[in-house]
Design a protein around this ligand. Structure first.
Ligand code: FAD
Ligand code: NAI
Length: 480
């Protein structure tokens, strides 16, 4: 006997669990299926983001930043510490506790919103017959569910280097990188993207000698050039060794086991053959959409050449009543993008008009300094031939940043030359992750830089740097 639902969501990450909650809020009888297991084999909804992504990485970034501040910043505040030590096991246990709080929070939200949760792998069986109520038959273990509408939110997995599978002991994905049991003396990372920089920062702060090997000749190519340059300078000063323009060759793992060493043969930017010898290697070269176990082929669910589910601008797949959101479809692989798509799809099912504007999806890299941006970069505007004005303001001239002792970086505005509409905002510096929200709000309302410049910002606050950067567009900063 099948259980019938209006909406079945496959995947309980940020795309899926949020879609399920919104669908339930809209009055649909909703199920969410998620297969993630905690250490005890129990359910751990929240997907990559909660279990091995956003949340645990930010927990470790916080712990390691505290450690670094205690070691390097406290003294100038007159705070003396006799002995500084790090208990990695305790730090990891705290991180696991934060993850569990989030897992439990989602289970609570499911209960509160009357979403039926199924722990296991959801697979398409076939189109449901009219007698079954139409829609799709989905199997979860021995159970059979029927949903009039199905939302697929099965996420993504780390991409491995060809010929070098993750063993999570010596060659690590994001999963292993988040549970290294002791600070490695030498850590190597392949890929200086978001994970490379965040995970590299964690283990460098704790004392590892970190080398990042990046294939591209430019650092953070998607980031505004001026901001990327500033960030590169800061990371290099911190001791993060970033080699650009390399070609990674053979990777050898010495005798297997936790003490094995990993050697990475590569050609450097000058064409010289090099070998990087490390205790642990993290491979962070992007992620691949995950449709394992969905049985997509059997029901004819269309995938593209990257393995992503093909969807239209509104997240409709080629199958009637089947939608897909988040990392498993095109677009930025970000939790908040997945969430927004989840909400939009639930609302479309209800006949509403949910919409996600990718140009207004903010990006944040949670390093120190933090990097955050929304909208277009200066290089994108140049390439598009768009006439623009730029204005920036350094945190060095911001009173709150001085009080914090965190004066590196800047806020930068890009606005249309004629209308002054804000086209992009780029921040490198303290609390960039929080400051960027003002820019997202402003751009969502199609504000001009003049609008921000005329808004009263609290003093002293980092947000004054945002106002000053907006003033700088019209060459009238007050404090610089
Ligand atoms: P996922 O979170 O991957 O969830 C998919 C879920 O579906 C999983 O639980 C999976 O087990 C389940 N599933 C898959 N197939 C099936 C099936 N057939 N049946 C049942 N269940 C299934 N993004 C940010 O915005 N901010 C950050 O700070 C950030 N930090 C990150 C740090 C790291 C180290 C990593 C790896 C990623 C980070 N991301 C961050 C990206 C973010 O995690 C993803 O964009 C987000 O998790 C995508 O959400 P999703 O719901 O599409 O997929
Ligand atoms: P990424 O796409 O950010 O970076 C991958 C990097 O690896 C790129 O710079 C690429 O040029 C490089 N690369 C690719 N192949 C290579 C090779 N063979 N040798 C050397 N370098 C190579 O991917 P990453 O860091 O794995 O993260 C995956 C995704 O997860 C991110 O793109 C982002 O969507 C998400 N994420 C988001 C975070 C956030 O929002 N703060 C944090 C971490 C991840």
């Amino acid at each position: 006997m099948s259980k019938n639902f209006d909406v079945i969501v496959i995947g309980g990450g940020p795309g899926g669990y949020i879609a399920a909650i919104r669908a339930a809020q809209l009055g649909f009888n909703t199920a969410c299926i998620d297969e993630w297991k905690n250490a005890a084999g129990g359910p751990a909804p929240g997907g990559t983001c909660t279990n091995v992504g956003c949340i645990p990485s930010k927990a470790l970034l916080q712990s390691s930043e505290n450690f670094e501040n205690a070691g390097h910043q406290f003294a100038e505040h007159g705070i003396g510490l006799k002995e500084l030590s790090i208990d990695v096991a305790k730090m990891l246990a705290r991180k696991d506790h934060v993850v569990k709080q989030n897992n439990d929070g989602i289970l609570y939200l499911f209960k509160k919103n009357k979403v039926s949760f199924f722990h296991g792998r959801g697979s398409f069986v076939k189109a449901a017959s009219p007698e079954q109520g139409g829609g799709w038959e989905i199997a979860v273990g021995a159970e059979s569910l029927v949903g009039k509408q199905v939302i697929v939110a099965t996420g993504s997995n780390a991409r491995a280097l060809p010929g070098t599978p993750f063993d999570e002991v010596n060659v690590l994905s994001n999963d292993g990188a988040l549970r290294i049991g002791a600070v490695p003396k030498k850590l190597g990372l392949i890929g200086s993207g978001v994970i490379g920089l965040e995970m590299g920062s964690v283990w460098r702060r704790l004392g590892a000698e970190v080398t990042v090997l990046e294939a591209l000749p430019t650092f953070l190519g998607a980031v505004d050039e001026q901001i990327a340059k500033e960030a590169h300078k800061a990371f290099t000063k911190q001791g993060l060794k970033i080699e650009l323009g390399v070609k990674v060759g053979e990777i050898k793992v010495g005798k297997k086991g936790p003490n094995a060493r990993v050697s990475v043969a590569y050609t450097d930017a000058k064409g010289q053959a090099q070998v990087l010898d490390v205790d642990k290697l993290v491979v962070s070269i992007g992620r691949v959409p995950n449709t394992t176990g969905l049985n997509a082929e059997a029901v004819g669910l269309e995938l593209d050449e990257r393995g992503a589910i093909v969807v239209d601008a509104e997240c409709r797949t080629n199958l009637p009543g089947v939608w897909a959101v988040g990392d498993v479809v095109r677009g930025p692989m970000l939790a908040h993008k997945a969430e927004e798509e989840g909400v939009a799809v639930a609302e479309r099912i209800a006949g509403q008009h949910g919409h996600v504007d990718f140009n207004l999806v903010p990006w944040v890299i949670y390093t120190h300094p933090e990097i955050a941006w929304v909208g277009q970069t200066e290089q994108q505007l140049k390439a598009a031939g768009r006439a623009y004005k730029a204005g920036s303001f350094p945190f060095m001239a911001n009173g709150r940043a001085r009080a914090l002792g965190d004066t590196g970086g800047m806020v930068k505005f890009l606005a249309d030359a004629a209308s002054d509409e804000i086209l992009g905002v780029h921040i490198v510096g303290p609390m960039a992750s929080e400051l960027i929200s003002e820019a997202v709000v402003a751009m969502s309302f199609r504000a001009s830089s003049e609008d921000i410049a005329r808004i009263c910002h609290a003093h002293p606050s980092l947000s004054e740097a945002t106002k000053e950067a907006a003033l700088a567009v019209d060459k009238r900063t007050l404090n610089f």
